[in-house]
Design a protein around this ligand. Structure first.
Ligand code: NAD
Length: 386
């Protein structure tokens, strides 16, 4: 799926190539003047990628950078290099001129550090953790680099008592946290805020779906999910599970490594914690694994307050059959993307975070603007000036 969406991202941004333009404006002080704006490439872009969705994230940076005429030095994650190198090979085969798209491989320090501090880099476009995002902002100060950051999240799914199908809301939520990437997805709704009157129904349905997730050969279409990327991530996820239990949350299902055929892999069973305190570590910190925290609420005001009570603001979903309530919630939630009665992303819509989930947006016009500088040109038209 990620490969198909990556194709859509290239399709969409290719359409901007002949539509980049500025404006011709009426001069404020009157007189015979030309006043115009132009969009120009921002320059040399350092694009730095995480490991979790290499095709899609590659496309989200490279398509708008090439469409706007920038040159790129790309650094894939040290945990996920080969698929990005293959994408670059394909672009070269497709005719991208030598020197336009360049790749350096290596770890964050020194390879990434060299890029984010290099005086010839004009813009850093980064997707990854909040900690490294903060370091990039810091490093940009000395040369005033343009910076775009797509960072982490602790996105809420808010499920009201009037949801048309509580079971479907539960399946959508736990599905995003456990299927495919095993919760290693920035925008997955890893906090479910559920109205107390449908709380038990939601948990039972989510538990049912969690029990169906299958693992195995990633090339087998029947396989539904994946291992965690490495042993470090496995330890991190298991550490959060331990902490959740210590903080008093109720473990409904999962909470351990898979055993049997999977005992030697980095697999964690789909995990659901109920009765989670919204201020606890489990509800506040990004885990990046198959762990859902379920928190009950009693009314809309409380749901809004809890949903927004996080340092993150990447995504949110609202499940309600009441259109006015859904839209009211969409306006009140402090998140870059709000999905009503579902969960999806689109290649041409702005994507990014409020608060500490990022800076700027990727996708469509917002990407194009982020990879360009706006130049104003003024010229008097009187002969005496010539
Ligand atoms: P990470 O921040 O550890 O690493 C991301 C990239 O930054 C890697 O290429 C790494 O080598 C590089 N890096 C590390 N230190 C650096 C430094 N000092 N200077 C320059 N580069 C440096 O993130 P990760 O663990 O690879 O990915 C997981 C994180 O990515 C999660 O927090 C997740 O939420 C986030 N993410 C966000 C989005 C989004 O669109 N908002 C999408 C996917 C992943």
């Amino acid at each position: 799926m990620s490969v198909e969406v990556a194709g859509d991202v290239f399709d969409h941004h290719a359409g901007w190539v002949d539509k980049l333009g500025g404006e011709t404006l009426t001069p404020y002080q009157g007189g015979d003047h030309l006043a115009m704006t132009f969009r120009e490439p921002v320059g040399v872009v350092a694009a730095i990628l995480p490991w979790n969705a290499p095709f899609l994230l590659f496309a989200q940076k490279i398509a708008p950078a090439l469409a706007t005429g920038c040159t790129v030095v790309l650094k894939p994650s040290e945990y996920c290099t080969f698929s990005v190198l293959r994408m670059v090979e394909l672009l070269v085969e497709a005719g991208v001129p030598a020197g336009v798209l360049n790749v350096v491989t290596g770890p964050g320090d020194p390879t990434g550090e060299r890029l984010i501090t290099h005086p010839d880099v004009d813009k850093v476009s980064f997707t990854g953790s909040r900690a490294v995002g903060g370091r990039i902002v810091e490093a940009s100060a000395s040369t005033m680099k343009r910076v775009s950051l797509e960072l982490g999240g602790k996105s809420p799914a808010v499920v009201f008592e009037d949801a048309a199908d509580v079971g479907l809301a539960a399946a959508t939520t736990i599905g995003a946290v456990t299927l495919g990437l095993s919760g290693q997805a920035c925008v997955a709704n890893t906090r479910a805020l559920v109205h107390r009157s449908v709380y038990d129904e939601f948990i039972a349905a989510a538990q049912g779906v969690a029990g169906m997730v299958s693992y195995g050969d990633p090339f087998d279409p029947a396989v539904m999910s994946a291992p965690l990327i490495n042993g470090k991530q496995l330890d991190r996820v298991l550490g959060y599970i331990e902490k959740g239990t210590a903080e008093g949350a109720r473990l409904v299902t999962g909470g351990e490594r898979l055993d049997g055929d999977y005992a030697n892999g980095n697999f964690v069973a789909p995990t659901i914690f109920a009765d989670v305190d919204n201020s606890s570590t489990l509800a506040q910190e990004e885990i990046f694994g198959p762990v859902l925290a379920v928190v009950p609420f009693d009314d809309e005001e409380e749901a809004v307050a809890m949903a927004n009570d996080t340092e993150y603001g990447l995504g949110a979903s609202v499940f309600s059959a009441n259109g006015a309530r859904s839209f009211r919630m969409a306006r009140r939630l402090r998140a870059g993307t709000v999905c009503i009665n579902g969960f999806q992303i689109e290649p041409h819509l702005p994507f990014g975070g409020f608060k500490q989930s990022g800076l700027g947006r990727e996708g469509g016009r917002s990407s194009i603007e982020a990879y360009t500088e706006l130049k104003t040109v003024l010229m008097p038209l009187g002969d005496e000036m010539m």
